[in-house]
Design a binder for this molecule. Structure first.
Ligand SMILES: [Zn+2]
Length: 259
């Protein structure tokens, strides 16, 4: 009896998430477009954008593992953004890692976009870092900028709030400061709002039907298809194999359609 109850609860939760997701997506895109006064952009041209989360000195080897795969499939994606945490955990200020700074400069030269991903990425008071007041957000952004300046790196025009979470007053601050802001269901760009949901298929030991799910999404979606990669979560043999196979498949597909 207890087992049935637990199963029933899971089923209800699963169906709830399954049906609520498209509604949440539509309402959050609509609300943001109204509040920001930005048009919602629709495009039929399909392109894969990759976003790598949590880039920071402690993940240097994990970043290399991912970049090796990205570089083996350069035709699979039209944009790859490396979202850097300028002081991960509050005790790894970027400017004290000269080797990592040089690496970021070289990656930028190669065509990667360097983005900003919070400041420490910690959750003060259990809330995501940028779900806060505009004053606090300004302070965190200034500190982040301080790290980029001290590292002699150009301050990014791309921003990804940790956990994709913000408060409404922080959204305004971000729009003033950045060209591209990555939210869970959409991306704010200078031209308007790009409806595009973050898609992630592997998470540490979890990779159930990852390649099939990714291929189905890529086939059915229009416009910008967003592949989200978390350093650490993708660095398992299954996770890296998924990335390699998926990008290889996309590359082949786009080559055929582009020919
Ligand atoms: Zn993150």
């Amino acid at each position: 009896m207890k087992k049935i109850l637990i199963l029933a609860t899971f089923l209800v939760l699963y169906l709830g998430v399954y049906y609520a997701d498209p509604i949440l997506k539509e309402t959050s895109i609509f609300a943001h477009s109204k509040i920001a006064g930005l048009p919602v952009l629709e495009t039929n041209e399909k392109e894969l954008w990759i976003e790598v989360h949590d880039v920071s000195p402690g993940y240097k080897e994990k970043l290399d593992e991912v970049l090796d795969i990205l570089e083996a499939h350069p035709k699979a994606y039209s944009k790859a953004v490396l979202f850097v945490i300028p002081n991960h955990g509050g005790n790894t200020p970027l400017h004290t890692y000269p080797e990592f700074i040089e690496k970021l400069k070289a990656l930028k030269q190669k065509g990667y976009v360097i983005g900003l991903h919070g400041y420490t990425h910690k959750r003060p008071m259990t809330r995501p870092e940028f779900e806060t007041t505009k004053e606090m957000a300004e302070t965190l952004l200034q500190k982040g900028q301080g790290e980029f300046n001290a590292s002699n790196l150009v301050f990014p025009s791309y921003f990804l709030p940790p956990g994709w979470q913000t408060s409404r007053e922080v959204d305004r601050v971000l729009r003033d400061r950045f060209d591209y802001i990555y939210y869970y269901y959409f991306i704010v760009s200078p031209q308007g709002i790009i409806p595009s949901q973050s898609l992630e298929y592997v998470w540490h030991g979890y990779s159930y039907k990852a390649i099939e799910r990714a291929q189905d999404d890529y086939t059915s979606l229009k416009g910008v298809v967003r592949l989200t990669v978390h350093l650490g979560a993708i660095n398992t043999p299954e996770g890296l194999e998924f990335l390699d196979r998926y990008l290889g498949w996309v590359e082949e597909k786009s080559n055929i359609s582009g020919a």
